[in-house]
Design a protein around this ligand. Sequence first.
Ligand code: ADP
Ligand code: MG
Length: 339
Amino acid sequence: VKPDRRTRDKADRATTDNCLDQRSLRVMFKLLQQGVLTNIEGCISAGKEANVYYAISPEYGHLAIKVYMTSVMPFKNRDKYMTGDRRLRHGVGKRSWKKVSKWAEKEFRNLLRVAQAGIPAPKPIKLKGVVLLMTLIGEEADAAPKLKDVDSDDAELWHSLYWQVVGNLRTLYQQCRLVHGDLSEYNLLYNAGQVIWIDFSQSVEHEHPQTFAFLRADCRNVNAFFSRKPVRILSDQELFEFITDPTITAENCERCLAALQDVANGREQPPDVDGAFQGVHIPRRLEEVLHYERNALLLRQGKLTQHDLLFATVSGMSHDLKGPKRTAGLLSDSGNGDA
Ligand code: ADP
Ligand code: MG
């Protein structure tokens, strides 16, 4: 399989020609032999962790094949260093096929969950070791661009795209019980007015100790990108709280989103890059943060600020810590949701 003009980034290509290991190649030939694929047409993307190819299947139509790398190549001109050196015949820093298969399997399962929740994403079709077949996002054979490459100053479009991402960040967290973990304009595609989510191999579940830290980083990346577009955005903290707030329900979610849009649009200035929020200690687990009696005292004494009270939203407490929050904070007059 040779990279063709579909390969968008030259720099990407440098590290990966010929990087597919024998076993991945055998899997791909077998898929061709069995007639699952009739043609592997070219390379959509060549990255450090995976290559993505474009293929045609009689049964499934246009497909993307993601092949995870089992070797890490540290040198650009590695052939020069490695030809003839038997010790390096498997590449430098080889990972086990088994270990890399686990990532592929994780991505496959995550994609299933994401599809079930109705988040626009490729549909996973088949998994053979480190080779993952999914539907191709794009118009026919033309792979969709990344969000970073969408060239438009249409305010209405960017408004729609931002709020799609906001809504689906919450769905991913609440319904799929996942945090993407590498969310940015590089892992969001644009197709026919929709933001499509990809690259879930590093996503984590709620139980992961770094869940909140990853979610906060995802919020920051999304906001940093959209802050350069013609759209009024939320602060990082507002976004984080909307995603994690357990008092927002399927029934009141639409109203909360409308209330949030009012907040964003009503501001004179766009929110600052939320340095304070990014520095707040984020609890790893709920048990860790339920020192709320002590915190309530500190709050009354003015020794804690709302910024420190992230855990209130995450844990479903009202912001004054007087008790559990009963309604979504966004919908109450006091703004703290304590009905
Ligand atoms: P990684 O970032 O680990 O290399 P990704 O899953 O992000 O892997 O895929 C790399 C690139 O391949 C994406 O940025 C996107 O341009 C393209 N791509 C991946 N999956 C699809 C798909 N299903 N349809 C169209 N393009 C895809
Ligand atoms: Mg990616």
